[in-house]
Design a protein around this ligand. Structure first.
Ligand code: UD1
Length: 379
């Protein structure tokens, strides 16, 4: 018997742990404890995802909530430590790059517990991104590093990580996407928004997501992006499921005017609450163009062949550009509008899927964990 404890905290973690939890359930000799840090606590950012993804309710919820980076990270560490001491896992598994990922990895490593990091090796080489700090630090103290794209292996090698800890396994987020794509196609979201029929090839709207502090915490940057998007929205509706941080800042900076174009004819910006996993997948799958500053959405659009403009100057996921439908356009308004017009004028790009983004990443991870834990590997 081997005990695995995994820690999730924020929205992008849930779809990464779901396929791993499902694979672990198939191996009776693994005992799995799922801990939610409570970094995301809104139903819209957290609870709905557990339902959509068929994730079991967490065994433990640390309920840390929001706070500064230091306060949030420290709170997860303080509250997780007694849970680790009590459960005595053989391995702690963390996914992605959020503050909860870092906090859990440090806490486990300091207790001498082995750490497995899923989505290791990604680097934007931009240390102003909180996630970049989290990635570098988590990888430095992990014992098993599961990598989603080849460049990650090179990045880890360049940082001196021993190659026998590094496993190129593919992308667990794409496991989840492939598993749910058909069910998501039955979502009534497009009809609800008046954007097309269930299952129809709509492709007559854009989708926008925006939450990165560098884009939404400064008035002039947020203003520039929203002004560009409202320009695009004159030509095609833009659906904007909005993160609470962004909603708060739009109100604080007095920018509501730029996103209050709801209902003005066929175009305009449609502001929505954050969507559940299935509705959001359905929406993106039939979008004409996606504009985003998220990491995961760059990967999902690549897997679906939907054109994506990333509103950042860099990406830690270069395979989405090399193989996929992603382009970096930064945050300059003129550049965003020009790139969007060009993308809308072209035929929708189909994209190649990066190696091992094939729906079996979680199975590879669990097979490696079995060998690591010296458990019998099922043929
Ligand atoms: C976090 C991750 C980011 C990830 C994003 C996905 C870090 C450093 N950042 O950013 O990598 O892409 O999640 O959404 O871990 N809030 C709510 N309800 C919630 C949670 C947060 O209203 O359930 C609001 C609060 O005002 C909070 C703010 O959002 O202060 C930021 O939340 P936080 O968890 O610190 O970071 P995110 O911006 O969500």
């Amino acid at each position: 018997m081997a005990k695995v404890l995994s820690v999730v905290g924020a929205r992008p973690n849930f779809m990464k742990i779901a396929p791993i939890a499902a694979e672990l359930r198939k191996v009776p000799s693994f005992q799995h404890c799922l801990v939610h840090s409570g970094q995301h606590y809104d139903e819209l950012l957290s609870g709905n995802f557990f339902l959509d993804l068929g994730l079991p309710q967490p065994d433990v919820n640390l309920k840390v909530g929001s706070g500064s980076h230091a306060a949030q990270t420290a709170e997860v560490m303080k509250r997780l430590e007694p849970v680790l001491i009590d459960f005595q896992p053989d391995l702690v598994m963390v996914v992605g790059d959020v503050n909860s990922t870092l906090a859990a990895a440090i806490t486990a490593a300091k207790l001498g517990i082995a750490v497995a990091h899923v989505e290791a090796g990604l680097r934007s080489f931009d240390r102003t991104m909180p996630e970049e700090i989290n990635r570098v630090l988590v990888d430095a103290i992990s014992d098993l590093l599961f990598v989603s794209e080849r460049r990650g292996v090179e990045n880890l090698r360049a940082e001196g990580v021993s190659p026998d800890k590094v496993f190129f396994v593919g992308n667990v987020m794409i496991d989840t996407l492939l598993r749910h794509r058909e069910v998501a196609a039955r979502s009534p979201i497009l009809q609800r928004l008046g954007l097309g029929d269930e299952g129809a090839e709509a492709r007559s709207y854009c989708v926008l997501t925006l939450h990165r502090p560098s884009n939404v915490d400064r008035k002039e940057v947020l203003h520039g992006i929203l002004a560009a998007v409202s320009e695009i929205a004159r030509e095609m509706p833009v659906v904007f499921p909005i993160h609470p941080r962004t909603r708060k800042n739009i109100a604080e900076f007095g920018l509501e005017g730029l996103v209050s174009m709801n209902g003005s004819g066929s175009a305009g910006i449609r502001l929505l609450d954050p969507l559940g996993y299935l509705d959001f997948l359905a929406l993106n799958d039939r979008a004409r163009l996606v504009l985003t500053d998220s990491g995961g959405i760059q990967e999902e659009t690549t897997a679906m062949g939907v054109p994506c403009l990333t509103l950042r100057e860099n990406t830690e996921r270069p395979a989405t550009i090399e193989f996929g439908s992603n382009r970096l356009v930064g945050t300059d308004g003129f550049r965003i509008v020009t790139a969007a017009r060009a993308a809308l004028a072209e035929a929708p790009r189909s994209s190649r899927v990066p190696p091992l983004w094939d729906g079996h990443a979680a199975a590879r991870i669990v097979a490696i964990m079995q060998r690591y834990a010296k458990l019998e590997v099922a043929e």
